[in-house]
Ligand binder design. Structure first.
Ligand SMILES: *[C@@H]1O[C@H](CO)[C@@H](O)[C@H](O)[C@H]1NC(C)=O
Ligand SMILES: *[C@@H]1O[C@H](CO)[C@@H](O)[C@H](O)[C@H]1NC(C)=O
Ligand SMILES: *[C@@H]1O[C@H](CO)[C@@H](O)[C@H](O)[C@H]1NC(C)=O
Ligand SMILES: *[C@@H]1O[C@H](CO)[C@@H](O)[C@H](O)[C@H]1NC(C)=O
Ligand SMILES: *[C@@H]1O[C@H](CO)[C@@H](O)[C@H](O)[C@H]1NC(C)=O
Length: 649
């Protein structure tokens, strides 16, 4: 042992003598596998004087206690249930320590980056500066190259790995731009336009036209079709109320937020058409409160199912199910650069944001947007208030992003949970496969390389696997079943399959450990450890589910049938919003992070015990008694869930 240590120290001394660096360095991040579509241009020599905008994510304090802090205000047995924190208290609790800030400052100064060049974000979470390629290569002991995306021709500046001083490893989360690539790409850009970024969040193709219904087919408003007897063919707000046994809102006391990413947009004419046919109690012209984030517009210039389907679906069902409660639309991103979840989170939490823009330029929209027609204003930073429940029907594959990036964002959901916000994300529409039905070519989805989805490793979704969000899967009504029956639903197998499985990034949270252990004891899946992480030590998803098949939605002037966990998430969020309304009426707090309470009350759910989530050339997991990685705990039984939440302080 001693000898090994001595040998290593000797090695460092030798290095120190040979190289100018006085401090030992340690590898910080390395790209495991080359992304197939990105090729490195070895022949393009980067200009040594080209300037790179560098961001260093500093390690925050107390994150290791974040889970327990959140449980303290969210666990049904906690005496502090519902005592949510102020944003100020959250900011102060997690700000990086003076030691972290000080030691990074010293390192930069010693490496020739004068402190006058470095800007720290308000939360102190990020150190940002501009430096030349030469300076950064020395600072991070790396080499930068230009990479080209074979599909789009987009260029991107990146390195294969980078190092930081050994004594700073614990103080630094990650540095950008380094090993990360644009997760998604948009149409070909000017090739020298290295700073231009893609639209990073796509509607997880979580909504689709039914294959048997041609685009624009008019379901013809026919009131006789939309009855409880036909819910297995046509889902309406009335069907959902009957399925989950809830009634209209009455008190207008709570708040509900729906997040959409430009250019996806709703049309008021579609909302009106929906009210006229399926929610007659809502006056024509009723609209959401619109918060425009980072130069967003609710665009009407391009109209198609792809442009309007997601927003129309989310808003029509959210508004109809919680009316007269207010629904806020968080329309995020300009029409040129687009935006990511981090841009949205910046807009509702100034501490997550920074004065100079604290985002990862390889993943997030950077504002002001320098591109022609882009938003020239500053990034929205704590400009808007978080609604009590926020539903998002967009998502990534976990393997599209780095674990460090995902962990940082996931911790932000933890902080906003402390403040009392419920975050719901759809679990994906391709069963155990990822977006577009793709599966991973490597074990653990390392490197984020995908195949067409007929084989390969299961491909979990993010943020669905973040333990601080509630992940919502999809169900469908069994054919020819009246919704008055006790168990009319099964896992969704019409057009889409409910996303579900186990994370490659996040450990299992204790709130679900009994449910997952019971699943493995009684229904151990036959898949191997090469298909997915079956260690029983990782986060399983989804947590809950709601109907996701045959929704009647007004899109571009016609009523269409829509499928997906995209429908399930806003529906489940509506149920939580109605529960918040009743808690507020009882002089109680909103529910905030719900997972500890829902796992402690499985009988408040209709257990879904049939159907599966096929993908990657397999039948996927199977919905069974109790929690399962297809439909979670099941669909809500509103009176029971309401009683469980009203029983809490
Ligand atoms: C880096 O340079 C850009 C372009 O000149 C400037 O807008 C930005 O504020 C600079 N960033 C820092 C941290 O100085
Ligand atoms: C629906 O909820 C009410 C209480 O609000 C209850 O009396 C009734 O039995 C429930 N219906 C079903 C089908 O469970
Ligand atoms: C509740 O919703 C149903 C179905 O849309 C509607 O018929 C009824 O008028 C609504 N009740 C109130 C009080 O708005
Ligand atoms: C599964 O996850 C556990 C816990 O994170 C980890 O220790 C293990 O290496 C993973 N196994 C595989 C095969 O990825
Ligand atoms: C809630 O608080 C208000 C004001 O303190 C009081 O008037 C009301 O009776 C309370 N309502 C309930 C249900 O406790």
């Amino acid at each position: 042992m001693k000898l090994t240590v001595l040998a290593i120290v000797g090695g460092f001394v030798a290095q120190a003598l040979a190289a100018p660096a006085p401090v030992p360095y340690t590898l910080h991040e390395k790209r495991e596998v080359q992304k197939e579509k990105w090729t490195r241009n070895l022949d393009v020599k980067l200009n040594r004087d080209a300037v790179i905008p560098i961001s260093i994510g500093l390690t925050q304090r107390n994150l290791e206690n974040g889970y327990d802090m959140l449980m303290d205000v969210s666990h049904p047995e906690s005496p502090n249930y519902g005592k949510h924190w102020s944003m100020q208290k959250i900011k102060e609790t997690f700000a990086p320590s003076a030691e972290t800030v000080g030691s990074v400052k010293s390192w930069l100064a010693e490496s020739g980056i004068d402190n006058s060049r470095v800007k720290f974000s308000k939360s102190l979470g990020w150190a940002k500066f501009n430096a030349t390629v030469e300076e950064v290569e020395y600072l991070l002991r790396t080499e930068y190259y230009a990479y080209t995306n074979a599909e789009t021709g987009n260029d991107h500046l990146a390195c294969e790995d980078y190092s930081v001083p050994t004594h700073l490893k614990e103080h630094i989360d990650f540095v950008t731009p380094t090993i990360h690539f644009d997760a998604l790409v948009k149409p070909k850009k000017n090739r020298r336009d290295l700073e231009k970024r893609s639209m990073r969040v796509r509607p997880t193709p979580q909504i689709k036209k039914g294959s048997d219904i041609a685009p624009g087919t008019d379901l013809s408003p026919d009131a006789t079709k939309y009855t409880l007897a036909n819910c297995y063919e046509y889902i309406t707000p009335e069907c959902l109320r009957a399925l989950y046994n809830f009634t209209n809102g009455t008190l207008a006391l709570s708040s509900y937020g729906i997040v959409e990413y430009t250019p996806q947009a709703y049309l008021q004419t579609d909302l009106n058409l929906f009210y006229t046919n399926l929610a007659r109690e809502i006056p024509s012209g009723t609209k959401p409160t619109v918060d425009l984030i980072d130069g967003a517009t609710v665009q009407t210039t391009t109209q198609s199912f792809d442009d309007n389907g997601e927003s129309d679906l989310d808003l029509q069902y959210a508004i109809a199910l919680v009316y007269p409660q207010k629904v806020t639309l968080y329309q995020t991103g300009d029409s040129v650069e687009g935006a990511s979840f981090n841009n949205f989170l910046d807009a509702i939490d100034a501490a997550y944001c920074t004065s100079g823009g604290g985002d990862d330029s390889s993943q997030d929209g950077i504002y002001p947007d320098t591109a022609s027609g882009g938003y020239k204003g500053d990034e929205d930073c704590g400009t808007f208030k978080a609604a009590s429940v926020i539903s998002t029907s967009y998502g990534y594959n976990e393997a599209d992003l780095t674990a460090a990036y995902e962990t940082r964002q996931c911790n932000e959901y933890m902080k906003l949970g402390l403040a009392g916000t419920t975050f719901l994300y759809s679990s994906g529409d391709y069963g155990v496969a990822g977006n577009s039905g793709q599966c991973c070519t490597k074990a653990k989805c390392a490197g984020g390389t995908y195949n067409s989805g007929t084989s390969g490793t299961f491909n979990p979704a993010f943020p669905a696997t973040c333990p601080y969000v509630t992940s919502v899967g999809a169900t469908q009504i069994k054919p020819n079943t009246l919704v008055t029956a006790t168990a009319p639903e099964e896992a969704c197998q019409t057009v889409i399959y409910s996303g579900g499985g186990f994370s490659n990034v996040f450990a299992m949270p204790s709130y679900q450990s009994a449910a997952v252990a019971s699943y493995y004891t009684s229904h151990k899946p036959s898949f191997t450890a090469t298909q997915y992480n079956n260690s029983q030590a990782v986060r399983g998803y989804p947590d809950v589910s709601a109907n996701g098949a045959n929704y009647v939605v007004a899109v571009d002037g016609t009523l269409s049938l829509v499928y997906g966990t995209s429908a399930s998430a806003p529906t489940f969020g509506s149920v939580i919003t109605l529960i918040n309304e009743q808690r507020i009426a009882a002089n109680k707090s909103v529910v905030g992070f719900i997972n500890p309470t829902v796992y402690a009350n499985p009988s408040a759910f209709n257990d879904i015990t049939s159907g599966g989530n096929e993908g990657c050339g397999t039948a996927g997991f199977t919905a069974v008694a109790g929690w399962d990685p297809v439909t979670g705990l099941g669909t809500p039984n509103y009176p029971k869930l309401l009683a469980a939440f009203l029983a809490l302080s």
